[in-house]
Design a protein around this ligand. Structure first.
Ligand SMILES: [Zn+2]
Length: 310
């Protein structure tokens, strides 16, 4: 990419040029795939191939020609983009029975969950794998036309599926989610979802509904989940979240009061936490039984940005 943004989130800052003006040309895709500089990363059941080095895990990018025989019929091979060194593709080899111990990749590496891997590899690689994971998940779940039910086929390097009968075009979707830290003076609002790990408190979040702005979704979710009314919303950053394809939109919201009325279907608890406690928690010296999400999550970046604010 010609420039980068000041975005602290894992899976953001993807370094590839997605070549959207070229990838609609299947001849260009085929020529690019055959180029000796091209690298492909196999995914098995949505887990990327990784190899272990003395410095830690590394993404199992490989030359084309090694993993294709593990792909089932019609399995997606998607174009991710290009950097100065060459092009990147991802191949879905989920049809293989046990590729870690059988076939051309046997003994070379393992398939790791991206949540576990993302913080152990360079940030650019994590962004590339997040993009690949979302795309491959979409292909797995959109094999049939939502309009007429006929099979669809991959097109434009993986950025489209076309119905073979009614010709409807289907594009990978992104699901917007607001995640927000309500602020009141020197306190922020943190909540515990009913299914959270013990002691973890996070920013509240929810899907944006049809016909709703970001600001409206922030206000609605804070009121529904915690009974908190707000007077303003400011944007912080976004995070592409590849489970399967969320766009996390991080915001701060100014609360009108500190009254809380928790919706017990959504939250186990919500509380106002002062900045000193949050700072101590981020430094690993917080109160017993209280912690915030790890840095993989945008919630962590929101809490950190607020805690470090002058
Ligand atoms: Zn159709």
């Amino acid at each position: 990419m010609p420039f980068t943004f000041d975005n602290p989130n894992t899976f953001a800052n993807n370094p590839l040029d997605r070549c959207s003006e070229k990838r609609a040309d299947s001849g260009w895709i085929a020529t690019t795939y055959a180029d000796p500089t091209t690298l492909v990363v196999p995914f098995w059941k949505l887990k990327p191939f990784t190899m272990q080095t003395p410095q830690g895990p590394t993404v199992g990018f490989m030359k084309p020609g090694l993993c294709e025989k593990l792909m089932g019929e019609g399995a997606p091979l998607v174009f991710l983009g290009r950097d100065k060194g060459g092009a990147y593709f991802a191949a879905d080899i989920s049809a293989a029975r046990d590729p870690e111990s059988d076939g051309p990749l046997a003994g070379l590496g393992t398939f790791k969950d991206l949540r576990q891997l993302a913080l152990e590899i360079p940030a650019g690689d994590a962004a590339i794998l997040g993009q690949a994971r979302s795309l491959l998940d979409w292909h797995q779940t959109h094999r049939f036309c939502a309009n007429c039910g006929a099979p669809t086929a991959l097109a434009e390097g993986g950025y489209k599926r076309e119905c073979q009968v009614c010709k409807t075009e289907h594009f990978p979707r992104v699901n917007p989610v607001v995640i927000m830290l309500a602020i009141s003076g020197d306190k922020c609002l943190l909540g515990r979802g009913r299914n959270f790990p013990k002691g973890m408190f996070s920013a509240l979040a929810g899907f944006i509904e049809v016909g709703e702005s970001i600001e409206e979704a922030v206000a609605r979710e804070l009121f529904e989940e915690a009974g908190v009314r707000i007077s303003s919303v400011t944007y912080h950053s976004t995070q592409p979240w590849p489970w399967p394809s969320q766009m996390m939109i991080g915001c701060f919201a100014e609360a009108e009061s500190e009254d809380i009325k928790v919706d017990e279907n959504e939250l186990a608890e919500a509380r106002w936490v002062d900045r000193e406690t949050v700072r101590a928690t981020l430094a690993g010296k917080g109160p017993d039984g209280f912690w915030v999400p790890p840095r993989l999550a945008i919630a962590h970046q929101l809490v950190k940005a607020w805690a470090e604010r002058e």
